[in-house]
Design a protein around this ligand. Structure first.
Ligand SMILES: Cc1cc2nc3c(=O)[nH]c(=O)nc-3n(C[C@H](O)[C@H](O)[C@H](O)COP(=O)(O)OP(=O)(O)OC[C@H]3O[C@@H](n4cnc5c(N)ncnc54)[C@H](O)[C@@H]3O)c2cc1C
Length: 270
């Protein structure tokens, strides 16, 4: 029987990987989540706590998938603390996916925004020339650097890490490095996921040079299926119309990078 994507499927966490002191990957078996497209997300129910939108992480094991969660408030801390044998409910997959171009590609991920970028890397052709830019606050918060190198071993590729405090890799904000890379090299496409202000600056840098760019937006989401309106951004609903949007579209969006909705649905400045 086909499963209803809008009904939570209960899954058991089989393995927990500590990526950093505040980031963990929870691995489980699920063919549906294993097969999601890069950019798609799931709604993850932490029983007794809340439900959160999460990008679906790849797993090296056949038929398995994962969530990579940063401990933050109550819900993400609840998910972070689900141990081996713990159960979660998963709805989805939801949302559209990245439009994969060929040639010289730049993938930019900040924090857990790297999760969709890792899935995107699994779809890239060996003939593509790929640069992955990983942004983190400090050395302690760098993860997926080895994974990105492993996934790209047959490509001509470069993995660049930047930390805000310079404790590892290149010092500075990831958006300054994007600007430098785009002024030095002609890329065919740029993909980005991370904090919205980082995506806003990356989209601006690429779009102003007429480079194809897509961003996967992480907005407040409660239903994930276009009903509640929590993720409304200008005329779009991030969950239903995205989460992946083109630079052309985002450049005309008056709220992108400027305004977001809080848990009560009230518009606030970034
Ligand atoms: C499509 C999508 C994919 C995401 N993927 C990941 C991922 O792979 N890993 C990861 O760690 N995080 C991911 N997030 C963010 C995650 O859903 C939560 O925002 C974050 O974990 C904080 O939740 P909290 O309730 O613990 O924090 P709280 O302290 O309750 O809230 C802190 C802030 O988190 C944000 N937030 C809280 N609830 C939600 C919600 N329901 N939807 C969106 N934002 C919310 C708000 O900005 C809020 O101000 C994703 C968000 C979206 C929309």
């Amino acid at each position: 029987m086909q499963r209803d994507p809008n009904h939570p499927t209960i899954l058991t966490v089989e393995r927990v990987i500590d990526e950093t002191p505040t980031v963990r990957t929870l691995v489980f078996t699920d063919k549906v989540m294993h097969d999601v497209l890069p950019g798609q997300f799931a709604m993850v129910w932490i029983p007794g706590v809340n439900e959160l939108p999460m990008s679906v992480m790849i797993s090296k094991d056949a038929g398995k998938a994962a969530f990579t969660v940063r401990r933050h408030g109550m819900a993400s801390t609840g998910l972070f603390n689900v141990g081996v044998g713990g159960q979660i409910g998963v709805r989805g997959p939801y949302g559209n996916s990245f439009d994969l171009r060929a040639g010289r590609l730049l993938l930019v991920g900040g924090g857990t925004g790297l999760v969709p970028m890792m899935r995107l890397l699994t779809c890239i052709k060996t003939s593509d020339d790929v640069t992955v830019l990983i942004g983190a606050k400090s050395r302690d918060e760098v993860f997926f650097e080895n994974l990105a190198n492993d996934l790209l071993h047959e490509n001509s590729h470069k993995v660049i890490v930047s930390t805000d405090d310079g404790s590892y890799g290149q010092k500075g904000f990831v958006t300054d490095i994007v600007e430098r890379l785009l002024s030095q090299t002609r890329f065919d496409a740029v993909y980005v996921c991370g904090p919205e202000i980082m995506m806003y600056k990356t989209v601006q840098s690429a779009h102003s040079r007429n480079i194809f760019v897509q961003a996967s937006l992480e907005r407040m989401m409660k239903c994930g299926v276009g009903i509640c309106g929590s993720c409304c951004i200008d005329a779009d609903l991030a969950c239903r119309d995205g989460t992946v949007f083109d630079g052309d579209h985002l450049s005309a969006n008056k709220e992108f990078g400027h305004l977001h909705r809080n848990k009560a649905g009230i518009l606030e400045n970034y």
